[in-house]
Every structure is written in structure tokens, then in C-alpha cells.
Design a protein around this ligand. Sequence first.
Ligand code: GLT
Ligand code: MN
Ligand code: MN
Length: 386
Amino acid sequence: MYEPKPEDKFTFGMWTVGNIGRDPFGEPVRPALTAVQIVEMLAEVGAWGVNFHDNDLIPIDATPAERDKIKKEFRQALDATGVVVPMATTNLFTDPAFRDGAFTANDPKVRAYALQKTMNAIDLGVEFGAKIYVFWGGREGTETDAGKDPVTAIKRSREAMNFLCEYVIDQGYDLKFALEAKPNEPRGDIYNATTGNMLAFIETLDHPQMVGVNPEVAHEQMAGLNFTHHVAQALEAGKLFHIDLNDQVPGRYDQDFRFGAVNIKSSFFLVKLLEDYGYDSSRHFDAHAYRSSNYDDVKEFARGCIRNYLILREKVAQFNSDSEIQALLAEINEDDGSMSGFSGAYSAQKAAALREHGFDRAALGRRGQPYERLDQLTVELLMGVR
Ligand code: GLT
Ligand code: MN
Ligand code: MN
């Protein structure tokens, strides 16, 4: 009943199901999988696509011969399983070279190397069919503002994005960029910390039409923000190019839990937004299994992400067709048309007429809204008793 279909576009990063369970306090608990094993696992759980960082697929020190062998085997696994590569990205955070950032590093050699690495990684992603290219600047931040001027950091980020947009245009690639914000971790503070920051930054680029966002549930929640509202702003602006689905207890470390594992209600409103507005790009699970899991349980984790999305989508359909809920919504949004002369685009006449209109302010203040009732119906629907 909750079987994924290709048109659902459920994807996982290689680094998600392939996560070996290392954390700041402990060594890996799961053996590393090959790219082929990851593709096979994703096919088994019903995923449509796999995304990768350059170095998830090809180790940073691989020889040309190793590189060719890995690419060949990966291609065979994709062909054999039908798994596709909709998105790719660059690892600009693991290697010690990026300890002070990549595009925003103070050392110009690091900044140039980051551009070179990204051009190569773009080529690799495009070679496997990627149409979306994600930028997550995990190291683009500081622990102290003593060493880096934050205005300079913004200018460096812009220069890098403009350079790489031109590179893509120059190569004739059919590729769009999606910028992913995160407030902190692994840096103390990361620049352009929220999706809203990214949306504003994009409008300052030379090719803003090529660039959108890749919001991640956990990243806005780490900052204590309403993720659905951030996604709505991106969606309304035509900038929701990609999305990273997972879950997170606010105020904790960067958890990247299974989608729907923590906050069912906010996950529901997110799915409702995506479905109501016909979001049509990848539904990417950027999450990983508990460190206590072995690979059998990692498959349960991946299936759980997919099932939770599909279950919530069914709940959305139920919400949208529940007559009591819809009657309440109609009541809440009631409009007798008497204000239509004052709404819409400004005109001097409208403004003059509005100034003359007498309002019964006390009556406005007496009107309540049945949000308790509506929310309780929503909760009961989610708890499965409606
Ligand atoms: C890393 C990070 C994610 C990003 C990935 C893309 S890598 O796992 O935590 O949020 O989306 O670089
Ligand atoms: Mn992410
Ligand atoms: Mn994350």
C-alpha cells in the first residue's frame, strides 16, 4: 500500500545509507560499502535515485585507473538496477585543506583549489546525469570573527558562485545549483545560516535564475525555526529546486534522523505543503540510521523514510477531503466581498476610500477563530482515530 513509485522521486545520498556511524566520540560501527553495494541496497528498498559527493564515489587520492574502474562499475550498477543520479555535490569539508573553509577560506590557494575541485565534481555529476548541483558549505564559517571579515566572506561566496555558474554555462551543461543552509556544525557559525539568508544571497548573483535552494528539515529546526515556513518562501519564489528530508529534536546535536521519526505533526505540514503545491523535484532523504544499527536495520531506516512520507501523503489527502475539517477552513477563510474595493494593487482612489471607511474595531476584536478545534481534528487524524 505504501510502495514507492519512480514518479515519487525518492532519493538518498550515498553518504546516508552508506553512513558508517562515526561520531565525534566514537569510531565507525559499520563497514564501508562500495558504491555498487549502496546502489543495490537503494534499489532493494525502492529508491528512485542516488546522489553523491565527488569523494563518496571516487576517493580523493584515487589514481586515474582506480577512478575509471569505479566509474565503470558504478555505471553498470545503475544500468542493472535502473537507479538514477538526479543530484551531485562536492565534498568541501572533510579534507584538512578545508579546515578554514573552502570558498570563504582566507588562503587564496584553498579558494582556488575549492573551485577546481568543484569544476571536476560538476563534470562527474553531469557525466552520470545530475541536473541539480547542491552546495552545502559545511566549513564556510567561523568559531571566532576575529580572523575573518564576514562581509569579505559573503563577497567570496558570491565570487565563487558567479565563477561556477559561468563554468556551467560555458560547458553547455543543463544544470541548476541548489544552495543548502545550515546554522552551525561543523563550524561554530556558518555563513548564510538559513534558507532565508540563501534566498536573499541568490538575488545578488550574476545568474540568479540558475540558482535555488536545497532546504533541510534539521537545519532550520536546529535554529529553532519553522521549516515549513522557510520551504514555503522558497516555493513561492520558484526557488525550491531540491529538498533534504530528515528529522531533528530542536536544540540537540545534528541528528539527521529518519524522516518523520521525531515530529510527526510538522512533518505532516511539510508534506502537505509539498503535495498541495505540486513539488516535483527529488524527495531526497538526507538522514542516517542510528549508530546502533547494522545494515539490515539501515534498510529498515531507508524504508521507514519512504513509508513515513507516503503515509503522511495519505494523511494529507484525508485532511483535504475531510468534510468537517474543510467546513472549518471555509468558515475561517470566509470573505463576504465587502473589502474587495480595498485589496489588491494600490491606487490613490483606493487609498482615499479606505481612509474614509468606518471599521467596527471592537467587533473585529470579538471574533475568535476555531483553531483549537481544527488542530485537534488534525491531531486525531494523525493519530489514526479519524
Ligand atoms: C552532509 C550534510 C548534509 C549535506 C550533504 C551535502 S553532506 O551530510 O550534513 O546536510 O546536504 O553536502
Ligand atoms: Mn543536507
Ligand atoms: Mn543535516
